[in-house]
Design a protein around this ligand. Structure first.
Ligand SMILES: [Mg+2]
Length: 223
């Protein structure tokens, strides 16, 4: 089956925004009277939907207030967000092969738009879905709206929630190790494939002429 649609996560998949997101998360935790997280703790504990994360850290907290605090701390740090290596090459590769592209991100639209002048990835992303709190709940909407066939569609993300969303929608799944979540947790979510970065994925797709089955056959690891 040849892939025709690619759904991208944003943070940790196309851009590195871990420092500002971690900084703004720690600011929010401090406001809630909670302890800040170290990088290792953040990687282990941060999860999506972010509402689940805050419910775990500070049960019963006011979600609207959290967003205000997060935004306040994130905006001054925003200029530290940068494109990940291989991301633009990969996006160009996908578009030059006439694939349909989607962005499926929890990032708020205003944060995404304010980056576009520096990181102009919108030119490669046909259908951006932003501000998605629970991706699992919303993936069916994307599939229906664009009449995509799940077997022709690959979801690429860096977090367990991305992989669970792909499974939930019956989509193919690829985890990248350029983001927030560590290999062990990603493995446990059972993506069909895990790659170091999008550069590796590009090579695999080129060699398999976009046949996902071929990619998997050539890269299946003995259990
Ligand atoms: Mg991500």
């Amino acid at each position: 089956m040849v892939l025709k649609n690619i759904i991208f996560d944003w943070s940790g998949t196309l851009v590195n925004d871990l420092p500002p997101v971690m900084g703004a998360t720690n600011f929010t935790l401090r406001k809630l009277g909670k302890k800040e997280l170290s990088l290792d703790e953040f990687r282990a504990d941060f999860c999506l939907p972010f509402t689940d994360f805050y419910e775990k850290m500070a049960p019963g907290c006011d979600l609207n207030q959290l967003e205000v605090w997060f935004h306040e701390a994130y905006i001054p740090l925003e200029n530290t967000v940068h494109a990940l290596d291989h991301a633009e090459d990969f996006l160009q590769f996908v578009k030059s092969n006439q694939k349909r592209t989607f962005l499926f991100s929890s990032m708020q639209r205003q944060h995404y738009e304010s980056l576009l002048e520096r990181i102009g990835f919108d030119q490669y992303l046909d259908h951006p879905y932003l501000g998605i709190v629970d991706k699992k709940e919303r993936i069916g909407e994307l599939i229906l709206e664009h009449q995509i066939l799940p077997e022709e569609t690959l979801f690429i993300g860096d977090m367990v929630h991305d992989i669970e969303t792909a499974h939930h929608g019956g989509l193919h799944s690829c985890a990248v190790l350029t983001g927030y979540t560590r290999l062990k947790e990603l493995k446990d979510s059972e993506p069909e494939l895990i790659v170091e970065d999008l550069g590796v994925l590009r090579e695999l797709l080129t060699a398999a002429d976009w046949s996902w089955n071929t990619v998997l056959e050539r890269n299946s690891k003995p259990k």
